[in-house]
Design a protein around this ligand. Structure first.
Ligand code: NAD
Ligand code: MG
Length: 390
């Protein structure tokens, strides 16, 4: 029986993974080692009971008693806190999904790589903040990373049997998010509620807002650079409102191989779960006759400055990715809290990148977790809304 761990089980990706595991036999088909979550311990306990997990861990120490109560009589261990999540990730499991949101996903992801495990990676932030470190830990320990971000799963699948050296470029698509068709002047007044509605994908709130600002695509451009080792000129973005073509790989002979499918994350999660085989998944079949038109347009970098910042970060190298990711997380917190406007997010990230570059330069790529965390802290500090006034 294969053993599995899901980090960030109670989120949007985690729920989709849970759905796939339960549909394919649940505890009769998989031995679940660990499930982790944060505030929603009732749901975490429910999932742990359904999958008969060995341990359930909440990120929040103050929620431990509640988690223990919810697991009473089940024989499932309960634990809490950052270190407990990392320790749960370090427990041997054949397949581990990292579906934690944000830089908090980096330490447990590294634990999986250090034990030579298979890491299905939805947590793009760990590649953005510490791509070199993540990829080298995987290589050093013979671990495997399977991309779960839909565009990166699409590239991975399109590259099957291809020689990466013959690839001219890869193109990832973006729906354009909630404000694709808004007049640019209106963007500065966009509210949190308006930014939290995605036209095609059902996702957590943070990534949905990042889709509206195109920061999600900016992270994905950097993720593509780090994971596939392509330089920024080889990575293209197209706005594709239907979200059917997720990515395509273009070769020197003029041919391109595209990956298509309904916008349902259970495809990419299920592909990583069953890899290298394919299994039937509860994803709607593609009905192109019904969809009728697939349209594409070059993104407007005035509307979405995040894309320009991603390219600058790739060219700057060193710790610039850690700063961009942290600054973006801070700016997003400030937007959600109502302290700054929608378009102020990109301005805050740009300011943080400039201030860090001026103070320290971006140095070399972070070699260890402490190094990443120091850059992360600097990125957050310089992006915080008070930094603008200082
Ligand atoms: P979400 O906010 O819905 O869920 C996040 C999960 O992480 C939850 O289980 C939450 O309890 C946990 N968590 C939150 N803060 C934590 C912390 N500090 N420490 C430990 N755990 C914490 O997020 P999501 O939309 O499911 O996204 C998860 C990851 O997958 C992100 O990296 C996102 O970029 C990536 N991703 C998501 C989608 C999607 O469709 N939602 C698509 C592609 C990639
Ligand atoms: Mg994506």
């Amino acid at each position: 029986m294969r053993s599995v761990t899901v980090l960030g089980a109670t989120g949007s990706i985690g729920e989709s993974a849970f759905d796939l595991l339960m549909r394919s036999g649940g505890p009769d088909a998989y031995r679940t080692v660990a499930l982790t979550g944060a505030a929603n311990v009732a749901r975490l306990a429910e999932m742990a009971r359904a999958l008969r997990a060995e341990i359930a861990v909440t990120a929040i120490p103050g929620k431990l008693a509640e988690l223990r109560d919810a697991l009473a009589g089940s024989g499932i261990e309960a634990a809490a806190g950052r270190d407990a999540i990392a320790a749960a990730a370090a427990r041997p499991a054949d397949w581990t999904l990292s579906a934690i949101i944000g830089a908090a996903g980096l330490p447990p992801g590294l634990e999986v790589l250090r034990r030579g495990g298979t890491l299905a990676l939805a947590n793009k932030e760990s590649l953005v903040a510490a791509g070199r470190l993540v990829m080298s830990e995987a290589q050093r320990n013979g671990a495997r990373i399977l991309p779960v971000d839909s565009e990166h799963s699409a590239i991975f699948q399109s590259l099957n049997g291809e020689d990466l050296d013959c690839v001219e470029s890869v193109t990832i698509t973006a729906s354009g998010g909630a404000f694709r068709d808004w007049p640019i002047e209106r963007l500065s007044r966009a509210t949190v509620a308006e930014a939290s509605c995605h036209p095609n994908w059902s996702m957590g709130q943070r990534i949905t807002i990042d889709s509206a600002s195109m920061f999600n695509k900016a992270l994905e451009v950097i993720e593509t650079h780090e994971f596939f080792g392509l330089d920024d000129r080889q990575i293209k973005v197209l706005v594709h409102p239907q979200s059917i073509v997720h990515a395509f790989v273009s070769h020197a002979d003029g041919g391109s191989i595209a990956h298509m499918g309904a916008p349902d994350m259970r495809h990419a999660i299920g592909y990583a779960l069953n890899w290298p085989k394919r299994a039937a998944l509860p994803v709607p079949a593609l009905d192109l006759a019904r969809i009728g038109n697939l349209t594409f347009a070059a993104p407007d970098e005035k509307r979405w400055p995040a894309l320009r910042l991603a390219r600058e970060v790739i060219r700057a190298g060193g710790a610039a990715g850690a700063v961009l990711n942290a600054a973006k997380e801070q700016a997003l917190d400030d937007f959600i809290a109502g302290h700054i406007g929608f378009t102020d997010m990109a301005a805050a990230v740009e300011r943080a990148l400039e201030m860090c570059a001026r103070e320290e330069g971006f140095g070399t790529s972070p070699k260890g977790l402490d190094d990443v965390l120091a850059w992360d802290e600097m990125g957050r500090r310089n992006a915080a809304c008070s930094a603008g006034a200082a």
